[in-house]
Design a protein. Sequence first.
Lengths: 292, 279
Amino acid sequence: MIEKYNRLITPYLFIAPALLILILVIFIPLFIVFRLSFYDMDLVKEVFIGFNNYRIAFFEDPKFWNAFKNTIIFSFTSVFLDLTIGFIIALVLNNISNSGWLRAMLIIPWIVSPVVAGLLWKWMFNIQFGIINAVLINLRLTSVSISWLTSPRLALLSCIMANVWKRCPFMMVMILAGLKAIPKEFHEAGDVDGANYVQKLFYITIPSILDILLISVLLDIIWNFKIFDLIFIMTGGGPGNASEVLATMIYKNAFNFYKYGYSSSLAVIMLLFLLIPVIIYIVIIKNRSLNE
Amino acid sequence: MFKFKYKKVINSLFLYFFATIFLFLALFPFFWMFSSSLKSLKEVFATPPTFIPKEVTLDSYIYMLTREFDKYILNSFFVSILVTFFGIIISCIAAYGFDRFNFFGKNILLFLFLLTQMFPSVLFIIPYFRAMVNLHLYNTHLSLIIAYTTFTIPFCTWMMKGFFSSIPKAIDESAMVDGCTRVQAFYKVVLPLVKPGLGATMIFAFLLSWNEYLFALVLISKDKLKTIPLGLASMVGEYIIEWNRLMAASVVCTLPAILLFLYLQKYLVQGLTAGAVKE
Protein backbone atom coordinates (compact mmCIF):
# COMPACT_ATOMS: atom_id res chain seq x y z
CA MET A 1 0.00 0.00 0.00
CA ILE A 2 2.76 2.40 0.97
CA GLU A 3 4.69 1.10 -2.03
CA LYS A 4 1.99 2.32 -4.37
CA TYR A 5 1.77 5.68 -2.64
CA ASN A 6 5.54 5.98 -2.89
CA ARG A 7 5.58 5.29 -6.57
CA LEU A 8 2.86 7.85 -7.18
CA ILE A 9 4.52 10.62 -5.25
CA THR A 10 8.16 10.12 -6.26
CA PRO A 11 8.13 11.94 -9.62
CA TYR A 12 6.53 14.96 -8.00
CA LEU A 13 9.21 14.98 -5.35
CA PHE A 14 11.87 15.14 -8.02
CA ILE A 15 10.38 18.04 -9.88
CA ALA A 16 9.10 19.85 -6.80
CA PRO A 17 12.10 22.13 -6.08
CA ALA A 18 12.30 23.36 -9.67
CA LEU A 19 8.57 23.80 -9.93
CA LEU A 20 8.36 25.65 -6.63
CA ILE A 21 11.04 28.08 -7.65
CA LEU A 22 9.44 28.67 -11.01
CA ILE A 23 6.08 29.41 -9.45
CA LEU A 24 7.55 31.71 -6.81
CA VAL A 25 10.04 33.56 -8.91
CA ILE A 26 8.54 33.54 -12.36
CA PHE A 27 4.81 33.10 -12.30
CA ILE A 28 4.05 35.24 -9.30
CA PRO A 29 6.09 38.18 -10.67
CA LEU A 30 4.31 37.65 -13.97
CA PHE A 31 1.02 38.06 -12.21
CA ILE A 32 2.31 41.15 -10.42
CA VAL A 33 3.33 42.78 -13.69
CA PHE A 34 -0.03 41.97 -15.16
CA ARG A 35 -1.78 43.52 -12.22
CA LEU A 36 0.47 46.60 -12.22
CA SER A 37 -0.34 47.25 -15.85
CA PHE A 38 -3.81 48.36 -14.84
CA TYR A 39 -2.51 51.03 -12.53
CA ASP A 40 -1.05 54.44 -13.05
CA MET A 41 1.88 54.02 -10.77
CA ASP A 42 5.02 55.98 -10.19
CA LEU A 43 7.08 57.03 -7.19
CA VAL A 44 4.26 58.91 -5.55
CA LYS A 45 0.96 57.50 -6.61
CA GLU A 46 -0.79 54.25 -7.37
CA VAL A 47 -4.16 54.70 -9.06
CA PHE A 48 -6.26 52.05 -10.68
CA ILE A 49 -7.02 53.07 -14.25
CA GLY A 50 -8.10 49.91 -15.96
CA PHE A 51 -7.06 49.60 -19.55
CA ASN A 52 -5.91 53.21 -19.77
CA ASN A 53 -2.24 52.34 -20.09
CA TYR A 54 -3.00 50.08 -23.00
CA ARG A 55 -5.11 52.73 -24.63
CA ILE A 56 -2.30 55.23 -24.33
CA ALA A 57 0.22 52.80 -25.75
CA PHE A 58 -1.83 51.81 -28.75
CA PHE A 59 -3.50 55.09 -29.62
CA GLU A 60 -1.69 58.02 -28.08
CA ASP A 61 2.00 57.26 -27.66
CA PRO A 62 3.90 57.41 -30.96
CA LYS A 63 6.98 56.12 -29.18
CA PHE A 64 5.34 52.75 -28.65
CA TRP A 65 4.71 52.12 -32.33
CA ASN A 66 8.20 53.40 -33.10
CA ALA A 67 9.71 50.91 -30.69
CA PHE A 68 7.46 48.18 -31.98
CA LYS A 69 8.41 48.94 -35.56
CA ASN A 70 12.09 48.93 -34.68
CA THR A 71 11.73 45.64 -32.83
CA ILE A 72 10.08 43.99 -35.82
CA ILE A 73 12.65 45.40 -38.25
CA PHE A 74 15.48 44.37 -35.98
CA SER A 75 14.15 40.90 -35.36
CA PHE A 76 13.23 39.93 -38.88
CA THR A 77 16.26 41.48 -40.55
CA SER A 78 18.55 39.76 -38.09
CA VAL A 79 16.82 36.43 -38.58
CA PHE A 80 16.92 36.74 -42.34
CA LEU A 81 20.63 37.51 -42.33
CA ASP A 82 21.31 34.84 -39.70
CA LEU A 83 19.50 32.31 -41.85
CA THR A 84 21.16 33.06 -45.17
CA ILE A 85 24.68 33.55 -43.83
CA GLY A 86 24.38 30.68 -41.39
CA PHE A 87 23.08 28.42 -44.11
CA ILE A 88 25.97 29.23 -46.42
CA ILE A 89 28.53 28.70 -43.68
CA ALA A 90 26.89 25.41 -42.71
CA LEU A 91 26.99 24.23 -46.32
CA VAL A 92 30.67 25.09 -46.56
CA LEU A 93 31.48 23.44 -43.25
CA ASN A 94 29.53 20.34 -44.14
CA ASN A 95 31.82 19.72 -47.08
CA ILE A 96 35.03 20.16 -45.14
CA SER A 97 36.29 17.14 -43.29
CA ASN A 98 37.46 17.55 -39.70
CA SER A 99 35.68 20.85 -39.35
CA GLY A 100 35.19 20.46 -35.61
CA TRP A 101 37.76 23.02 -34.58
CA LEU A 102 36.63 25.37 -37.34
CA ARG A 103 33.10 25.18 -36.05
CA ALA A 104 34.34 25.84 -32.53
CA MET A 105 36.16 28.97 -33.65
CA LEU A 106 33.12 30.23 -35.50
CA ILE A 107 30.87 29.81 -32.47
CA ILE A 108 32.96 32.07 -30.25
CA PRO A 109 31.07 35.28 -31.11
CA TRP A 110 27.95 33.62 -29.81
CA ILE A 111 29.21 32.83 -26.36
CA VAL A 112 30.64 36.19 -25.34
CA SER A 113 28.57 38.55 -23.27
CA PRO A 114 26.29 40.85 -25.26
CA VAL A 115 27.80 43.67 -23.22
CA VAL A 116 31.29 42.80 -24.45
CA ALA A 117 30.01 42.42 -28.01
CA GLY A 118 28.18 45.74 -27.78
CA LEU A 119 31.23 47.58 -26.48
CA LEU A 120 33.49 45.97 -29.04
CA TRP A 121 31.30 46.95 -31.95
CA LYS A 122 30.68 50.38 -30.46
CA TRP A 123 34.44 50.81 -30.54
CA MET A 124 34.79 49.46 -34.07
CA PHE A 125 31.96 51.68 -35.30
CA ASN A 126 33.47 54.77 -33.69
CA ILE A 127 33.31 57.66 -36.15
CA GLN A 128 36.77 59.05 -35.73
CA PHE A 129 38.86 56.26 -34.33
CA GLY A 130 36.99 53.12 -35.22
CA ILE A 131 38.68 50.50 -37.32
CA ILE A 132 35.75 50.09 -39.69
CA ASN A 133 35.75 53.69 -40.88
CA ALA A 134 39.55 53.62 -41.02
CA VAL A 135 39.55 50.61 -43.32
CA LEU A 136 36.74 51.94 -45.49
CA ILE A 137 38.43 55.30 -45.95
CA ASN A 138 41.80 53.68 -46.53
CA LEU A 139 40.39 51.44 -49.23
CA ARG A 140 38.75 54.52 -50.70
CA LEU A 141 35.33 52.89 -50.44
CA THR A 142 34.02 56.06 -48.89
CA SER A 143 35.30 59.60 -48.64
CA VAL A 144 33.65 60.63 -45.38
CA SER A 145 33.51 58.96 -42.02
CA ILE A 146 30.25 57.10 -41.64
CA SER A 147 28.29 57.85 -38.49
CA TRP A 148 27.29 54.29 -37.78
CA LEU A 149 25.83 54.82 -34.36
CA THR A 150 25.00 58.50 -34.34
CA SER A 151 22.93 58.74 -37.49
CA PRO A 152 19.23 57.98 -37.05
CA ARG A 153 19.17 56.09 -40.31
CA LEU A 154 22.12 53.84 -39.56
CA ALA A 155 21.88 53.28 -35.83
CA LEU A 156 19.50 50.33 -35.95
CA LEU A 157 21.32 48.85 -38.91
CA SER A 158 24.63 48.94 -37.08
CA CYS A 159 23.03 47.17 -34.14
CA ILE A 160 21.66 44.58 -36.54
CA MET A 161 25.14 43.99 -37.96
CA ALA A 162 26.62 43.44 -34.55
CA ASN A 163 23.71 41.19 -33.64
CA VAL A 164 24.06 39.06 -36.75
CA TRP A 165 27.77 38.66 -36.03
CA LYS A 166 26.85 37.42 -32.62
CA ARG A 167 23.86 35.21 -33.39
CA CYS A 168 24.68 33.76 -36.78
CA PRO A 169 26.78 30.94 -35.28
CA PHE A 170 23.73 29.60 -33.48
CA MET A 171 21.86 29.23 -36.76
CA MET A 172 24.95 27.74 -38.36
CA VAL A 173 25.29 25.11 -35.64
CA MET A 174 21.67 24.03 -35.87
CA ILE A 175 21.69 23.86 -39.66
CA LEU A 176 24.99 22.00 -39.71
CA ALA A 177 23.60 19.42 -37.32
CA GLY A 178 20.62 19.04 -39.62
CA LEU A 179 22.82 18.74 -42.69
CA LYS A 180 24.92 16.07 -41.09
CA ALA A 181 21.82 14.05 -40.36
CA ILE A 182 20.83 13.81 -44.00
CA PRO A 183 21.56 10.27 -45.16
CA LYS A 184 24.13 10.11 -47.94
CA GLU A 185 21.74 7.99 -49.95
CA PHE A 186 19.50 10.99 -50.59
CA HIS A 187 22.20 12.90 -52.42
CA GLU A 188 23.41 9.79 -54.14
CA ALA A 189 19.90 9.16 -55.42
CA GLY A 190 19.91 12.70 -56.73
CA ASP A 191 23.20 12.08 -58.50
CA VAL A 192 21.78 8.95 -60.08
CA ASP A 193 18.88 10.99 -61.40
CA GLY A 194 21.32 13.49 -62.88
CA ALA A 195 20.60 16.44 -60.60
CA ASN A 196 23.06 19.33 -60.50
CA TYR A 197 24.11 21.11 -57.31
CA VAL A 198 21.35 23.70 -57.25
CA GLN A 199 18.67 21.13 -57.88
CA LYS A 200 19.99 18.90 -55.14
CA LEU A 201 20.02 21.90 -52.83
CA PHE A 202 16.42 22.81 -53.36
CA TYR A 203 14.87 19.41 -53.78
CA ILE A 204 16.89 17.30 -51.36
CA THR A 205 18.84 19.35 -48.85
CA ILE A 206 16.36 22.01 -47.89
CA PRO A 207 13.31 19.75 -47.56
CA SER A 208 15.32 17.39 -45.37
CA ILE A 209 16.21 20.10 -42.90
CA LEU A 210 12.95 22.03 -43.05
CA ASP A 211 12.19 20.91 -39.52
CA ILE A 212 15.37 22.29 -38.05
CA LEU A 213 15.15 25.41 -40.17
CA LEU A 214 11.69 26.19 -38.87
CA ILE A 215 12.64 25.62 -35.26
CA SER A 216 15.85 27.61 -35.51
CA VAL A 217 14.15 30.49 -37.27
CA LEU A 218 11.39 30.65 -34.67
CA LEU A 219 13.87 30.53 -31.80
CA ASP A 220 15.90 33.25 -33.45
CA ILE A 221 12.84 35.44 -33.95
CA ILE A 222 11.90 35.02 -30.30
CA TRP A 223 15.41 35.75 -29.08
CA ASN A 224 15.87 38.82 -31.25
CA PHE A 225 12.47 40.16 -30.30
CA LYS A 226 13.60 40.27 -26.69
CA ILE A 227 16.90 42.01 -27.37
CA PHE A 228 18.09 44.49 -24.76
CA ASP A 229 21.76 44.37 -23.75
CA LEU A 230 23.37 44.85 -27.14
CA ILE A 231 21.28 47.81 -28.22
CA PHE A 232 21.32 49.45 -24.80
CA ILE A 233 25.12 49.35 -24.77
CA MET A 234 25.67 50.35 -28.38
CA THR A 235 23.21 53.19 -28.79
CA GLY A 236 21.05 53.32 -25.68
CA GLY A 237 18.10 53.42 -28.02
CA GLY A 238 19.34 56.56 -29.72
CA PRO A 239 19.99 58.85 -31.38
CA GLY A 240 16.64 60.09 -30.18
CA ASN A 241 14.49 57.01 -30.54
CA ALA A 242 16.01 55.78 -33.76
CA SER A 243 17.09 52.44 -32.36
CA GLU A 244 14.63 52.12 -29.50
CA VAL A 245 13.19 48.65 -29.22
CA LEU A 246 10.45 47.38 -26.94
CA ALA A 247 12.83 46.05 -24.29
CA THR A 248 14.81 49.29 -24.00
CA MET A 249 11.62 51.33 -23.95
CA ILE A 250 10.21 49.21 -21.14
CA TYR A 251 13.40 49.57 -19.12
CA LYS A 252 13.57 53.32 -19.60
CA ASN A 253 9.92 53.88 -18.71
CA ALA A 254 10.42 51.94 -15.49
CA PHE A 255 13.81 53.12 -14.31
CA ASN A 256 14.39 56.47 -15.96
CA PHE A 257 10.86 57.83 -15.92
CA TYR A 258 9.52 55.80 -12.98
CA LYS A 259 6.31 55.06 -14.85
CA TYR A 260 5.93 51.59 -13.42
CA GLY A 261 2.33 51.13 -14.47
CA TYR A 262 2.85 52.16 -18.06
CA SER A 263 6.04 50.16 -18.32
CA SER A 264 4.24 47.08 -17.04
CA SER A 265 1.53 47.46 -19.66
CA LEU A 266 4.20 47.73 -22.36
CA ALA A 267 5.78 44.56 -21.04
CA VAL A 268 2.46 42.73 -21.19
CA ILE A 269 1.87 43.93 -24.74
CA MET A 270 5.35 42.75 -25.67
CA LEU A 271 4.64 39.37 -24.12
CA LEU A 272 1.40 39.03 -26.05
CA PHE A 273 3.10 39.73 -29.35
CA LEU A 274 5.89 37.36 -28.40
CA LEU A 275 3.38 34.59 -27.77
CA ILE A 276 2.63 34.39 -31.47
CA PRO A 277 5.94 32.82 -32.54
CA VAL A 278 6.10 30.98 -29.22
CA ILE A 279 2.79 29.23 -29.79
CA ILE A 280 3.75 28.39 -33.36
CA TYR A 281 6.99 26.94 -32.01
CA ILE A 282 5.24 24.82 -29.40
CA VAL A 283 2.66 23.56 -31.89
CA ILE A 284 5.47 22.46 -34.20
CA ILE A 285 7.38 20.73 -31.42
CA LYS A 286 4.26 18.90 -30.32
CA ASN A 287 3.56 17.81 -33.87
CA ARG A 288 7.04 16.40 -34.19
CA SER A 289 6.85 14.43 -30.98
CA LEU A 290 3.49 13.08 -32.05
CA ASN A 291 4.90 11.96 -35.35
CA GLU A 292 7.79 10.13 -33.79
CA MET B 1 40.86 11.20 -64.69
CA PHE B 2 43.04 14.26 -64.37
CA LYS B 3 40.11 16.52 -65.10
CA PHE B 4 38.13 14.94 -62.28
CA LYS B 5 40.87 15.51 -59.76
CA TYR B 6 41.33 19.07 -61.04
CA LYS B 7 37.70 19.81 -60.34
CA LYS B 8 38.02 18.41 -56.85
CA VAL B 9 40.98 20.62 -56.09
CA ILE B 10 39.17 23.73 -57.28
CA ASN B 11 36.19 22.72 -55.18
CA SER B 12 38.34 22.34 -52.08
CA LEU B 13 40.10 25.64 -52.66
CA PHE B 14 36.74 27.31 -53.06
CA LEU B 15 35.54 25.85 -49.77
CA TYR B 16 38.68 26.69 -47.83
CA PHE B 17 38.62 30.20 -49.23
CA PHE B 18 35.12 30.78 -47.92
CA ALA B 19 35.92 29.12 -44.64
CA THR B 20 38.84 31.45 -44.19
CA ILE B 21 36.71 34.50 -44.89
CA PHE B 22 34.14 33.43 -42.32
CA LEU B 23 36.84 32.70 -39.81
CA PHE B 24 38.28 36.12 -40.38
CA LEU B 25 34.92 37.85 -39.98
CA ALA B 26 34.17 35.94 -36.82
CA LEU B 27 37.53 36.38 -35.13
CA PHE B 28 38.90 39.70 -36.36
CA PRO B 29 36.87 41.69 -33.82
CA PHE B 30 38.54 39.69 -31.05
CA PHE B 31 41.93 40.33 -32.50
CA TRP B 32 41.06 44.01 -32.60
CA MET B 33 39.84 43.90 -29.01
CA PHE B 34 43.11 42.29 -27.93
CA SER B 35 45.20 44.66 -29.98
CA SER B 36 43.43 47.71 -28.56
CA SER B 37 43.92 46.44 -25.05
CA LEU B 38 47.67 46.45 -25.49
CA LYS B 39 47.86 50.03 -26.71
CA SER B 40 48.63 53.16 -24.80
CA LEU B 41 45.88 55.76 -24.57
CA LYS B 42 47.63 57.89 -27.16
CA GLU B 43 47.98 55.08 -29.65
CA VAL B 44 44.46 53.74 -29.27
CA PHE B 45 43.25 57.14 -30.48
CA ALA B 46 45.78 57.35 -33.27
CA THR B 47 44.64 58.10 -36.78
CA PRO B 48 45.20 56.09 -38.81
CA PRO B 49 44.85 53.21 -36.35
CA THR B 50 47.50 50.55 -36.17
CA PHE B 51 46.72 46.88 -36.34
CA ILE B 52 49.66 45.78 -34.33
CA PRO B 53 50.51 48.20 -31.53
CA LYS B 54 53.75 50.05 -32.01
CA GLU B 55 54.25 50.14 -28.27
CA VAL B 56 52.87 47.17 -26.47
CA THR B 57 51.87 48.07 -22.96
CA LEU B 58 50.20 46.13 -20.22
CA ASP B 59 49.21 49.29 -18.38
CA SER B 60 45.54 48.84 -19.13
CA TYR B 61 45.52 45.36 -17.68
CA ILE B 62 47.42 46.40 -14.60
CA TYR B 63 45.12 49.33 -14.02
CA MET B 64 42.03 47.21 -14.48
CA LEU B 65 43.13 44.38 -12.31
CA THR B 66 44.46 46.46 -9.45
CA ARG B 67 42.21 49.46 -9.36
CA GLU B 68 38.74 48.63 -10.55
CA PHE B 69 38.15 45.26 -11.98
CA ASP B 70 39.45 42.92 -9.35
CA LYS B 71 36.28 43.29 -7.32
CA TYR B 72 34.04 42.95 -10.35
CA ILE B 73 35.78 39.72 -11.30
CA LEU B 74 35.45 38.32 -7.81
CA ASN B 75 31.79 39.28 -7.68
CA SER B 76 31.07 37.62 -11.00
CA PHE B 77 32.87 34.46 -9.98
CA PHE B 78 31.10 34.35 -6.64
CA VAL B 79 27.64 34.77 -8.12
CA SER B 80 28.20 32.53 -11.13
CA ILE B 81 29.62 29.64 -9.17
CA LEU B 82 26.79 29.66 -6.65
CA VAL B 83 24.18 29.94 -9.37
CA THR B 84 25.74 27.04 -11.24
CA PHE B 85 25.89 24.95 -8.08
CA PHE B 86 22.29 25.43 -7.01
CA GLY B 87 20.90 25.56 -10.51
CA ILE B 88 22.48 22.30 -11.57
CA ILE B 89 21.35 20.41 -8.49
CA ILE B 90 17.73 21.51 -8.83
CA SER B 91 17.72 21.05 -12.60
CA CYS B 92 19.23 17.57 -12.52
CA ILE B 93 16.71 16.36 -9.99
CA ALA B 94 13.86 17.84 -12.01
CA ALA B 95 15.24 16.50 -15.29
CA TYR B 96 15.51 13.03 -13.84
CA GLY B 97 11.92 13.25 -12.66
CA PHE B 98 10.75 14.38 -16.07
CA ASP B 99 12.63 11.79 -18.02
CA ARG B 100 12.21 8.69 -15.91
CA PHE B 101 8.57 8.98 -14.95
CA ASN B 102 5.25 9.46 -16.57
CA PHE B 103 2.88 11.27 -14.32
CA PHE B 104 -0.22 13.33 -14.38
CA GLY B 105 0.48 16.85 -15.56
CA LYS B 106 3.91 15.96 -16.97
CA ASN B 107 3.33 17.45 -20.40
CA ILE B 108 1.70 20.57 -19.06
CA LEU B 109 4.61 21.14 -16.72
CA LEU B 110 7.15 20.55 -19.47
CA PHE B 111 5.26 23.04 -21.55
CA LEU B 112 5.43 25.50 -18.66
CA PHE B 113 9.19 25.04 -18.35
CA LEU B 114 9.57 25.67 -22.06
CA LEU B 115 7.33 28.71 -21.90
CA THR B 116 9.44 30.41 -19.26
CA GLN B 117 12.38 30.32 -21.62
CA MET B 118 10.46 32.49 -23.99
CA PHE B 119 9.59 35.32 -21.63
CA PRO B 120 11.46 38.56 -22.11
CA SER B 121 13.65 39.48 -19.15
CA VAL B 122 12.33 43.03 -19.09
CA LEU B 123 9.00 41.60 -18.09
CA PHE B 124 10.38 40.76 -14.66
CA ILE B 125 12.52 43.73 -13.80
CA ILE B 126 9.75 45.75 -12.17
CA PRO B 127 8.41 43.10 -9.78
CA TYR B 128 11.95 41.90 -9.00
CA PHE B 129 13.07 45.39 -8.20
CA ARG B 130 10.15 46.05 -5.89
CA ALA B 131 10.36 42.63 -4.26
CA MET B 132 14.07 42.92 -3.59
CA VAL B 133 13.67 46.41 -2.16
CA ASN B 134 10.86 45.23 0.08
CA LEU B 135 12.85 42.21 1.22
CA HIS B 136 15.88 44.42 1.89
CA LEU B 137 17.75 42.42 -0.70
CA TYR B 138 18.44 45.33 -2.99
CA ASN B 139 22.17 45.70 -3.56
CA THR B 140 22.96 42.20 -2.39
CA HIS B 141 24.44 39.30 -4.29
CA LEU B 142 21.66 37.10 -2.99
CA SER B 143 19.14 38.91 -5.17
CA LEU B 144 21.23 38.13 -8.24
CA ILE B 145 21.69 34.53 -7.23
CA ILE B 146 17.96 34.07 -6.81
CA ALA B 147 17.19 35.72 -10.13
CA TYR B 148 19.86 33.92 -12.13
CA THR B 149 19.20 30.50 -10.63
CA THR B 150 15.54 30.82 -11.51
CA PHE B 151 16.22 31.60 -15.11
CA THR B 152 18.87 28.95 -15.42
CA ILE B 153 16.64 26.13 -14.23
CA PRO B 154 14.31 25.69 -17.25
CA PHE B 155 17.10 25.56 -19.77
CA CYS B 156 19.33 23.29 -17.69
CA THR B 157 16.42 20.97 -16.96
CA TRP B 158 15.73 20.69 -20.65
CA MET B 159 19.38 20.00 -21.45
CA MET B 160 19.82 17.41 -18.73
CA LYS B 161 16.57 15.72 -19.65
CA GLY B 162 17.98 15.21 -23.12
CA PHE B 163 21.13 13.67 -21.69
CA PHE B 164 19.22 11.43 -19.29
CA SER B 165 17.07 10.15 -22.12
CA SER B 166 20.13 8.61 -23.73
CA ILE B 167 20.66 6.37 -20.72
CA PRO B 168 18.40 3.32 -20.86
CA LYS B 169 15.87 3.01 -18.08
CA ALA B 170 16.95 -0.58 -17.65
CA ILE B 171 20.03 0.62 -15.83
CA ASP B 172 17.97 2.29 -13.12
CA GLU B 173 15.84 -0.78 -12.81
CA SER B 174 18.72 -3.18 -12.50
CA ALA B 175 20.25 -0.92 -9.88
CA MET B 176 17.03 -0.98 -7.89
CA VAL B 177 16.80 -4.72 -8.23
CA ASP B 178 20.23 -4.80 -6.65
CA GLY B 179 18.86 -2.95 -3.67
CA CYS B 180 19.17 0.75 -4.51
CA THR B 181 16.41 3.16 -3.73
CA ARG B 182 15.24 5.32 -6.57
CA VAL B 183 17.31 8.23 -5.28
CA GLN B 184 20.42 6.10 -5.00
CA ALA B 185 19.89 4.83 -8.53
CA PHE B 186 19.77 8.44 -9.55
CA TYR B 187 22.95 9.78 -8.06
CA LYS B 188 25.05 6.64 -7.85
CA VAL B 189 24.31 5.04 -11.17
CA VAL B 190 22.71 7.35 -13.72
CA LEU B 191 24.32 10.65 -12.83
CA PRO B 192 27.92 9.47 -13.29
CA LEU B 193 26.92 8.25 -16.74
CA VAL B 194 25.92 11.71 -17.93
CA LYS B 195 29.09 13.44 -16.73
CA PRO B 196 29.95 15.08 -20.08
CA GLY B 197 26.39 16.33 -20.41
CA LEU B 198 26.54 17.55 -16.85
CA GLY B 199 29.75 19.40 -17.60
CA ALA B 200 28.29 21.07 -20.64
CA THR B 201 25.19 22.13 -18.77
CA MET B 202 27.28 23.53 -15.93
CA ILE B 203 29.28 25.57 -18.40
CA PHE B 204 26.09 26.91 -19.85
CA ALA B 205 24.66 27.84 -16.47
CA PHE B 206 27.95 29.50 -15.54
CA LEU B 207 28.07 31.51 -18.76
CA LEU B 208 24.45 32.60 -18.47
CA SER B 209 25.23 34.04 -15.09
CA TRP B 210 28.65 35.42 -16.03
CA ASN B 211 27.30 37.34 -19.04
CA GLU B 212 24.07 38.62 -17.57
CA TYR B 213 23.50 42.35 -17.58
CA LEU B 214 19.90 43.48 -17.21
CA PHE B 215 19.13 42.12 -13.76
CA ALA B 216 22.49 43.23 -12.44
CA LEU B 217 21.71 46.69 -13.78
CA VAL B 218 18.36 46.74 -11.99
CA LEU B 219 19.30 45.08 -8.72
CA ILE B 220 22.80 46.41 -8.00
CA SER B 221 23.94 49.97 -7.72
CA LYS B 222 26.78 49.80 -5.22
CA ASP B 223 30.06 49.83 -7.06
CA LYS B 224 31.81 47.22 -4.94
CA LEU B 225 29.07 44.70 -5.61
CA LYS B 226 28.97 45.03 -9.37
CA THR B 227 29.47 42.11 -11.70
CA ILE B 228 31.70 42.32 -14.74
CA PRO B 229 29.11 43.24 -17.38
CA LEU B 230 27.77 45.95 -15.11
CA GLY B 231 31.27 47.19 -14.38
CA LEU B 232 32.10 47.25 -18.07
CA ALA B 233 29.00 49.20 -18.96
CA SER B 234 29.54 51.72 -16.20
CA MET B 235 33.00 52.44 -17.53
CA VAL B 236 31.49 54.03 -20.60
CA GLY B 237 31.89 57.64 -19.66
CA GLU B 238 30.01 60.70 -20.78
CA TYR B 239 32.85 62.37 -22.62
CA ILE B 240 35.97 60.41 -23.13
CA ILE B 241 36.01 56.65 -23.12
CA GLU B 242 39.33 55.01 -22.36
CA TRP B 243 38.95 52.35 -24.97
CA ASN B 244 42.22 50.63 -24.30
CA ARG B 245 41.23 50.01 -20.70
CA LEU B 246 37.73 49.03 -21.69
CA MET B 247 39.07 46.52 -24.19
CA ALA B 248 41.47 45.12 -21.62
CA ALA B 249 38.55 44.63 -19.24
CA SER B 250 36.60 43.00 -22.06
CA VAL B 251 39.42 40.58 -22.70
CA VAL B 252 39.51 39.62 -19.05
CA CYS B 253 35.74 39.17 -19.09
CA THR B 254 35.76 37.04 -22.19
CA LEU B 255 38.74 34.82 -21.57
CA PRO B 256 37.16 32.48 -19.01
CA ALA B 257 34.11 32.11 -21.20
CA ILE B 258 36.14 31.23 -24.29
CA LEU B 259 38.41 28.83 -22.45
CA LEU B 260 35.56 27.02 -20.74
CA PHE B 261 33.68 26.88 -23.96
CA LEU B 262 36.52 25.54 -26.07
CA TYR B 263 37.10 22.86 -23.50
CA LEU B 264 33.60 21.50 -23.69
CA GLN B 265 32.16 22.81 -26.95
CA LYS B 266 31.58 19.40 -28.37
CA TYR B 267 29.18 18.49 -25.60
CA LEU B 268 27.53 21.88 -25.65
CA VAL B 269 26.62 21.50 -29.28
CA GLN B 270 25.48 17.99 -28.60
CA GLY B 271 23.19 19.20 -25.89
CA LEU B 272 21.76 21.98 -28.00
CA THR B 273 20.94 19.86 -30.96
CA ALA B 274 20.04 16.74 -29.03
CA GLY B 275 16.31 17.19 -29.21
CA ALA B 276 16.33 19.08 -32.44
CA VAL B 277 17.56 16.54 -34.94
CA LYS B 278 15.58 13.43 -35.67
CA GLU B 279 18.00 10.55 -35.87
